[in-house]
Design a protein around this ligand. Structure first.
Ligand SMILES: Nc1nc2c(ncn2[C@@H]2O[C@H](COP(=O)(O)OP(=O)(O)OP(=O)(O)O)[C@@H](O)[C@H]2O)c(=O)[nH]1
Ligand SMILES: Nc1nc2c(ncn2[C@@H]2O[C@H](COP(=O)(O)OP(=O)(O)OP(=O)(O)O)[C@@H](O)[C@H]2O)c(=O)[nH]1
Ligand SMILES: [Mg+2]
Ligand SMILES: [Mg+2]
Lengths: 271, 291
């Protein structure tokens, strides 16, 4: 399986198990293990080396974010990953930074999605633009864009309905929302953030590729890292697509969000 | 596809030649890769391969004219056996009202699935009762209330009640109104959150559910094993419901949770509409996992 005769095969298998069970997938696991230089043989050294490799991969993408006023961020992802909750957390961060924050309740499909976002808005101190359940999400977005201009908002966060990337009509709807944003505010959306659930396995890579191809993803947010899942599929994703991870979610509370730290993530992977 | 890859490995064998050790090892490696790619847990794959190896060196493969195809057949059969064997139905208690508890990680689809089950039971001529026992998530009760209204099923809610108190209230209500079964939607939680797991255990010990079903997202990766083990050891699960299966996740988590608990997968969720719930079919899942 691996061509490093100087390394103990049991140690290698143990490493393989750590990486696979962390959801790295076999291709990324093999790539990583193949980078181990022949000079390394001690387990301590090995772990340190691999942590550095992972940190490097995750730090590589270009990190700058275009500035907008209002700064518009579109939040996307498959069902149940934590989009609405993450928007609550991002809104709170923005408010804490002294920004005027507006939320757009553009999930007009799922039962009580609007109410859920409105509660998060209240908790964060951000207003919410909403229509009726069953309405046109693009219309909500249009109103929110107008409101953020008229009321001189600093930050507009757009919540969208969860959707599987395999559903063509729903992906088309998303594309339409993107067009409404860019037509009404030049340069917007300044960020298109895909939310990934850390418990997701290798399908996470498919999600990123599909959403990226359709919308152009500018950043990733990984949620539910307070569980036992390690989110290792990120390594292959970031390596392949060079999309930066912006934040991590680690709980259901409004403050349970932090900027992504590659070394912290790498350390957690091997702990 | 796995079957193509295995054909290629065995095509060098002509007629009734003996399979080489190398061919078997190479075949097992391909199977291993396919299963890991499908998100089946690392350790579960190991055990599964031991079973396959035993059959791969047996007469059925050795004497086959198409050993590659035979190995695929063996893998498919072993997966189906592992996944299947039990009925996709809900149990009912000796005397009503039976309680069905839905549990699982955050966002797995419990609330939607509770309503789907209510819809299914209504179509089957029953009169179920939904209980919005998620007291934490913003607008959780409202979500279940809206879904219940769509299908004409009553929902027990109370913003000031604990999950336990709500369940007691629901049992009483069901008894007086002759409603059965009671479908309890609980809040998402981590298997490592002792306090929240204790809350579930307390509910279970109070209302003695005839079903304790783990609602699991089909795209769950390696973590499915710890999640299933965690929920099972605290609650003694009766089965699983795998959601979002109309997507393109391979669904290997199904193998992992079945292997580690021995409990059956009873239903699958195939969409967001309330009709999108079907009985689980082991052979279909096996061929999906094999890709
Ligand atoms: N433990 C944990 N739970 C989280 C985290 N982020 C979100 N959740 C929970 O995940 C569940 C789903 O969150 P939502 O915000 O509704 O997810 P969503 O992507 O908006 O879902 P849909 O709109 O239905 O697609 C909720 O129970 C949240 O509290 C996190 O970082 N950790
Ligand atoms: N595509 C698809 N989406 C589903 C399916 N089942 C549920 N969902 C969606 O998944 C998301 C989460 O569903 P919920 O029912 O809110 O999940 P939950 O487990 O109750 O979430 P928490 O209560 O926060 O733990 C929603 O957007 C649902 O519409 C399914 O079978 N397929
Ligand atoms: Mg949402
Ligand atoms: Mg719920």
């Amino acid at each position: 399986l691996l061509t490093r005769p100087r390394l103990d095969p049991d140690a290698l298998e143990e490493l393989e198990e750590i990486l696979i069970t962390a959801d790295l997938g076999m291709p990324t696991t093999r790539q990583l293990l193949d980078t181990i230089p022949p000079s390394i043989s001690e387990p301590e050294e090995l772990l340190h080396f691999l942590r550095d490799q992972v940190t490097d991969i995750l730090s590589a993408p270009e990190q700058s974010i275009p500035e907008g006023h209002p700064h518009v961020a579109l939040i996307l992802g498959v069902n149940g990953v934590g989009k609405t909750t993450t928007i609550g957390k991002l809104a709170f961060r923005g408010i804490r930074q002294g920004k005027r924050v507006l939320l757009a309740a553009a999930d007009t499909f799922r039962a009580a999605a609007i109410e859920q976002l409105q509660i998060w808005g209240q908790r964060a101190g951000a207003e919410v633009v909403a229509h009726q359940e069953g309405g046109d999400p693009a219309a909500v977005v249009f109103d929110a864009l107008q409101a953020s201009l008229a009321r001189e908002m600093d930050l507009l966060l757009i919540d969208t309905a969860g959707r599987l990337h395999t559903k063509k009509n729903l992906m088309e709807e998303l594309k339409k929302i993107g067009r409404v944003v860019s037509r009404n505010i030049p340069g917007a959306p300044h960020e298109t953030l895909l939310i990934l659930d850390a418990t997701t396995g290798l399908n996470a890579a498919v999600q990123v590729r599909e959403f990226h191809q359709l919308m152009g993803i500018t950043g990733l947010i990984v949620t539910k890292l307070d569980g036992t899942a390690k989110g290792g599929s990120l390594i292959g994703i970031v390596g392949e697509l060079q999309i930066p991870v912006r934040y991590v979610g680690f709980g259901e509370g409004i403050e349970d969000l932090a900027p992504f730290s590659p070394p912290a993530f790498a350390a957690a992977l091997f702990s | 596809r796995l079957s193509d890859r295995l054909q290629a490995i065995f095509k060098k064998l002509r007629g009734h030649g003996k399979l080489t050790e190398e061919q078997i090892t190479t075949a097992l490696r391909e199977i291993r890769l396919a299963l890991l790619e499908a998100d089946v847990h690392y350790g579960v794959v190991k055990d599964f391969l031991d079973r396959v190896r035993e059959r791969a060196v047996g007469r059925e493969v050795l004497q086959s004219l198409t050993p590659g195809q035979q190995v695929v057949k063996v893998v498919f059969e072993e997966l189906t056996l592992l996944l299947g064997g039990e009925e996709s139905t809900l149990a009912f208690a000796g005397h009503p009202p039976s309680v069905v508890m839905l549990v699982g990680l955050q966002g797995s689809g419990k609330t939607t699935t509770a309503a789907k089950l209510a819809a299914l039971l209504t179509r089957q001529g029953r009169r179920p009762l939904l209980v919005a026992a998620d007291t934490r998530r913003p607008a959780a009760a409202e979500q279940l209330r809206v879904l219940g209204a769509k299908i004409g099923v009553e929902v027990v809610t109370d913003p000031r009640s604990s999950a336990l108190a709500l369940c007691h209230k629901a049992v009483e209500y069901a008894q007086t109104r002759g409603l059965e079964p009671i479908l309890v939607d609980t809040g998402g939680r981590l298997h490592i959150d002792d306090e929240l797991m204790a809350e579930l255990r307390a509910v279970k010990e109070a209302v003695h559910p005839v079903e304790t079903l783990l609602v699991l997202d089909a795209m769950t990766g390696q973590d499915a094993l710890s999640v299933a083990t965690g929920f099972h050891s605290t609650l003694d699960l009766s089965g699983f419901i795998l959601t979002k299966l109309e997507g393109d996740a391979r669904g290997g988590a199904a193998i992992s949770v079945r292997a580690v608990t021995g409990r059956p997968i009873k239903f699958i969720g195939l969409g967001e509409r309330l009709e999108a719930l079907e009985p689980f079919h082991p052979e279909r899942m096996a061929s999906r996992i094999l890709g």
